[in-house]
Design a protein around this ligand. Structure first.
Ligand SMILES: Cc1cc2nc3c(=O)[nH]c(=O)nc-3n(C[C@H](O)[C@H](O)[C@H](O)COP(=O)(O)O)c2cc1C
Length: 245
């Protein structure tokens, strides 16, 4: 998904999605305008809302909502969403789910009839297979793609991702004003001592070329355990789907 504010290419060779964080939501007509031509519009970090969903539908897109509980998933369905993403506490980035993904997925597939995507800590083909067997219609993977050769991730952050394990991640409210997130401490000294990162106000992790990567959040899920090297995105997909063929 392209985050809000990123210029979308005029002609994409694949299917594009557009993600909106609810605390930063623009006017409804701006959502519709920006979503024109994308296949999926997704909202995160806010109560599902029918008018917001309609703004995505008005652009001709499917509308998804990333949620942190089965109750919130049912609210997304009532608001008119086509897809729900259930995010477990294992996830990197902003973390909405307070429970393990397996528990949340079980409750969500009972609570909704729309397609359900499982997210959080997914890093291996075995985990992908298990989640689909447990009733997910698809999985979402974030952290593993930070080490894709196509990703524009700052080299210091990338090196830390490759060197780190799940135990190095912390779930903290310190990353941003928006709420809880999971990531790595930017300082290796802090990581080795298991310390929390200092308060960080920036919402986005550091890209290549930035001078002060340590002042930004180094998001990472428990799936960082499976980030071992830089790989082409297509090779990561081939690995993760290798038990589905
Ligand atoms: C670096 C990073 C940035 C993220 N940014 C967003 C975002 O802007 N909007 C959003 O809805 N989710 C965001 N997420 C959360 C993902 O949608 C997803 O829940 C998470 O990556 C799943 O866990 P995983 O990283 O262990 O695969 C982000 C995750 C990471 C790791």
């Amino acid at each position: 998904m392209a985050p809000m504010g990123v210029d979308l290419p005029d002609q994409s060779p694949g299917v594009l999605g557009l993600g909106f964080l609810v605390p930063y939501l623009p006017a409804l007509e701006t959502i519709t305008e920006r979503a024109c031509g994308v296949r999926v519009v997704e909202f995160f970090w806010g109560e599902p809302d029918a008018r917001t969903v309609s703004a995505g539908h008005a652009a001709g897109a499917l509308v998804s909502w990333q949620v942190g509980s089965a109750v919130e998933a049912a609210a997304a369905q009532r608001a008119g969403c086509d897809i729900v993403v259930i995010q477990g506490v294992e996830a990197g980035g902003h973390v909405r789910g307070a429970k393990p993904l397996d528990v949340l997925l079980r409750d969500t597939v009972e609570a909704v009839t729309i397609p359900t995507v499982a997210a959080g800590g997914v890093g291996t083909p075995e985990r992908v297979r298990a989640l689909l067997d447990a009733g997910a219609d698809a999985v979402r993977v974030g952290t593993r793609f930070l080490a894709a050769s196509e990703a524009n991730v700052h080299p210091d952050y990338l090196a830390a991702l490759i060197a780190s394990s799940a135990a190095d991640t912390v779930l903290t409210g310190h990353f941003e004003t928006m709420g809880g997130g999971r990531g790595l401490c930017a300082s290796s000294e802090h990581r080795s001592k298991g310390l929390r990162p200092p308060a960080i106000a920036a919402p986005c992790p550091p890209r290549c070329g930035l001078d002060t990567p340590g002042t930004m959040p180094w998001y990472a899920g428990l799936s960082v355990d499976h980030v071992h090297k830089i790989q082409a995105a297509a090779d990561i997909v081939a690995d993760l789907t290798s038990l589905l063929r």
